[in-house]
Ligand binder design. Structure first.
Ligand code: ATP
Ligand code: MG
Length: 327
């Protein structure tokens, strides 16, 4: 039976929304067996293999910084996801994409989704989806600001009258935080860990604010200069230091966007505050640190990782999704 679905093709997570409103989440990862020329794993199983694959296997993250970096791997991965949820024949897929991407990036996304056995692909402005999913009154004359901290991109947008007044993005996000944690532990503690471990540390002990502290965690890694396997304790203060440049980058992104926004809309943002979305919004102390440094009220959306998918679903149900389609 032909079907329409929504797709949020994120750098770290792919979310699929069925016409009935059910949301499926998969890590955006595929593992290929290079010798056998077949897919070895996708989604959750593939993510567990990151950094651990033998030589004849290759773990691929086909989306980087919000755009398709490996089209063939992306099509293969999507086809597997669609099959897994029993939707291998799709008449139309609405895909939320980052605003401000190039023509070439638009073409790559389209081709990757068409390659997954889809008859029609319609691209939709992702930041509008996020705003709707977060419950922002985006049709209002009042200006509002959304800050989406994802896996591969941080995005800031000012919305008014159902349109995007200002938009800026930076190629940073949760993945860059994980890289910063790896670099910090290597430099400060002489221990090398992998990115999956860095992500676990970020979620378990991570902190963006000095008042938010969690119990230290012992990590095991590779010692520098042939010291073999070593272990070290990692505290929330370590995490805060490791992530400080990332947090400053987010503050700069917001300030840069505000500097470019008409004063009347800035006044509205001062009243209404900033809505925080995306998985990296869940970093402990994120809301507090941004509120203190930007000096504007910051509110985290409910289930911030899923708001883009949720907004896409609301748009699809309303029948207005084509108003925000990319031409
Ligand atoms: N509790 C947490 N603390 C810190 N980071 C978290 C937490 N939970 C999830 N994250 C991070 O959120 C990121 C994923 O966010 P999200 O799902 O919004 O990204 P995405 O939509 O796949 O990426 P993008 O929109 O940038 O393409 C990951 O880097 C993950 O480590
Ligand atoms: Mg996202």
């Amino acid at each position: 039976m032909p079907r329409r679905i929504g797709l949020d093709l994120g750098t770290d997570y792919t979310r699929i929304i069925s016409e009935e409103g059910k949301v499926f989440r998969f890590p955006t990862v595929i593992v290929m067996d290079k010798y056998a020329e077949r897919i070895a794993a996708v989604g959750r199983n593939a993510k567990m293999m990151l950094g651990k694959t033998p030589d004849h296997m290759e773990a691929i993250c086909p989306v980087r910084n919000g755009v398709v970096a490996n089209g063939t791997a992306c099509s293969d991965m999507l086809r597997s996801f669609f099959e897994e949820i029993g939707m291998s024949s799709l008449s139309e897929v609405f895909v939320s994409v980052s605003a401000g991407i190039t023509e070439m990036e638009v073409t790559n996304i389209r081709q990757a989704v068409y390659g997954a056995n889809v008859r029609k692909v319609t691209l939709v402005n992702g930041i509008i989806c996020s705003a709707i999913g977060a419950g922002i009154q985006y049709r209002d004359i009042r200006g509002s600001m959304i800050l989406d901290l994802g896996g591969g991109l941080n995005r800031a947008a000012v919305l008014s009258l159902a349109d995007v007044a200002k938009y800026s993005a930076q190629a940073a996000g949760g993945d860059a935080m994980d890289e910063a944690i790896v670099a910090y532990l290597r430099q400060k503690k002489g221990v090398t860990i992998g990115l999956p471990m860095a992500e676990r540390l970020k979620i378990q002990v991570g902190s963006a604010h000095p008042r938010v502290k969690k119990a230290p965690v012992t990590v095991i890694g590779q010692g520098e200069g042939g010291r073999g396997i070593v272990q070290t304790d990692v505290t929330s203060d370590d995490m805060r230091e490791a992530l400080s440049a990332q947090i400053s980058g987010i503050v700069e992104l917001v300030n840069r966007t505000i500097a470019d926004t008409p004063p009347e809309l800035c006044a509205d943002i001062g009243d209404f505050g900033i809505m925080l979305t995306g998985g990296s919004a869940c970093l402990s102390g994120m809301t507090q640190v941004l509120q203190e440094r930007i000096r504007v009220r910051v509110t985290m959306a409910n289930e911030p990782q899923d708001v883009t998918a949720k907004g896409l679903k609301i748009l699809m149900e309303s029948g207005r999704v084509n108003e925000y389609a990319l031409r």
